[in-house]
Design a protein around this ligand. Structure first.
Ligand code: P5A
Length: 478
């Protein structure tokens, strides 16, 4: 175990300490809920977001960049939306010493500025579907306990996608496409998830319905790591985004929006990390292989070890593998510690014996060792990276599966939500739903995909004893 990293069991301390020690985020910036990316953290973030952006690019989304400032009149156009965000908006009221004629919001999300422009961009059905996305900073004046990457006032990696369609069915279909995109993204990160339809009272403000992607953090709390909303015509009516249909009629467009934030990085940390620090799948690790010389031979041998390491790094890099030669003055033990803390998937050691054998010792982040002859290093490293990604992905998925427990009484449910998700029956009635949340003291995430009432032993609503209409997940949430 790392010396001064608290054990992962003490999740909150472990998380905060790891953010700093692994140089992901500096929390010392003097404003609540606002943090600073260290270079290493930002490098990690970029590997994650590169994939996220590519997934959007490959599925017909165009990247855009909208203004930060939203004039109040625009933000307030859709009633439910502004009601939902009113308490979270930061306002710009002055330009220098002069009060502005109209105050402006720091965008809390970009439905309203985007749809103001969609009104100008969309004329006819031939302009549809329109699919755009941006990765930007947004601001929400969160009043609850703020936490780096998880509950921010300044979200720095808000990926928001917005689409407009010629029919409601197409918008329904787009929400499914968005969920598939998020599935692919989180599979890539090895982060397991449940997808639920949020209950009426927890929909995105202005949406017809909302699906959310949640994962389980080590403290037993669910972390919402993405949402996809069918906005129907709620915004297009308010913003008068209409188009000429193929028949020459006029209609308002049908819209969707979906987003993720840097919570995806928090999920990677929480789901995969261990007592020694980060555990990163090779796909996103800033350094995939750390090459560490073990210079315990005579001078001539040591010089040869250094040269061999250098050549190895060159060869790996030429093959597109992110390798780094650790020729710092630290002793090997200190080097191992540092690379482990940063989640480096593989370490290649070269000492006098390895030189003799013509192979390096590979140690993966979970401590498994293998040998790689110098001639075959690229292929072996690639295979070992893939194998490690598979292993941590499977391990995490098994943990999540095991954390979903069917419950038929409040006592059972209360116990289960200490560690994971309680699956309970619900008659679908809003009052009963809210009672369930109060009784168990948690949130109702909603009906999970892949679980139907028929697949469970559950028959009755946990609150009323009436026939259950569906099964829903309950969990403590961030
Ligand atoms: C969808 C994109 C929206 O804002 N408008 C554009 C829609 N949805 S949302 O559910 O409100 O946010 C999307 C995801 O962003 C994350 N998130 C946050 N992350 C960190 N700190 C916050 N304060 C915060 N608020 C929201 C969540 O993962 C959410 O699912």
């Amino acid at each position: 175990m790392a010396d001064d990293l608290p054990p992962k069991e003490e999740f909150s301390d472990w998380y905060n300490e790891l953010l700093f020690q692994a140089e992901i985020m500096d929390v010392r910036y003097p404003a609540k809920g606002v943090y600073v990316w260290f270079p290493f953290g930002y490098d990690l973030r970029n590997h994650v977001y590169d994939r996220l952006k590519t997934l959007h690019d490959e599925t017909g989304h165009d990247e855009v960049d909208f203004p930060v400032l939203i004039p109040e009149g625009i933000l307030a156009k859709e009633g439910e939306h502004i009601a939902g965000f009113e308490d979270e908006v930061f306002w710009v009221t002055h330009g220098g010493r002069k009060e502005l004629d109209e105050r402006m919001a720091l965008r809390p999300t970009s439905e309203t500025p985007m749809y103001t422009m969609f009104d100008l961009w969309i004329r006819s059905h031939t302009d549809l579907p329109l699919k755009v996305y941006q990765v930007v900073n947004i601001w929400r004046s969160e009043t609850e306990h703020t936490r780096p990457l998880i509950r921010l006032r300044e979200i720095t990696g808000f990926k928001e996608a917005h689409t407009a369609h010629a029919s409601y069915d197409e918008a329904v279909e787009q929400v499914e496409t968005a969920l598939s995109l998020y599935e692919e993204f989180y599979d890539f990160l090895g982060v397991p998830y449940v997808i639920t339809e949020r209950p009426e009272w927890d929909k995105f403000p202005g949406a017809d319905y909302t699906y959310a992607v949640d994962t389980l953090m080590p403290d037993g709390k669910a972390l919402q790591i993405g949402t996809a909303h069918n906005l129907g015509q709620n915004f297009s009516e308010a913003f008068e985004v209409d188009f000429e249909t193929a028949d020459g009629d006029h209609d308002h467009v049908y819209q969707t929006s979906y987003g993720v934030s840097e919570r995806c990085i928090a999920a990677v940390m929480g789901v995969h990390g261990d007592d020694n620090g980060l555990v990163l799948p090779g796909e996103i690790a800033p350094t995939q292989v750390a090459v560490v010389p073990i210079p315990f031979g005579d001078d001539e041998e040591n010089a040869e070890i250094m040269e061999t390491c250098e050549e190895m790094v060159e060869e790996l890099e030429e093959a597109g593998i992110r390798a780094e030669f650790d020729d710092s003055d630290d002793n090997p033990g200190a080097k191992y510690y540092r690379w482990e803390l940063k989640g480096t998937p593989l370490r290649a050691e070269v000492g006098p014996r390895d030189l003799e054998d013509g192979s390096a010792k590979l140690v993966n982040r979970l401590g498994d060792e293998s040998d790689a002859s110098f001639d075959e290093i690229v292929g072996v490293v690639q295979d070992e990276l893939d194998a490690l990604s598979d292993e941590i992905r499977t391990r995490a998925a098994d943990d999540l599966d095991a954390s979903i427990v069917e419950c038929t009484s409040y006592d059972e449910a209360k116990e289960v939500v200490g560690d994971g998700f309680a699956l309970v029956g619900w008659n679908g009635d809003e009052d009963a739903g809210k009672r369930i949340e109060d009784e168990v003291g948690v949130d109702m995430l909603g009906e999970p995909r892949g679980y139907s009432l028929d697949d469970t032993e559950i028959n009755e609503c946990i609150q009323t004893g009436e026939d259950a209409e569906k099964v829903v997940l309950l969990a403590n949430t961030y």
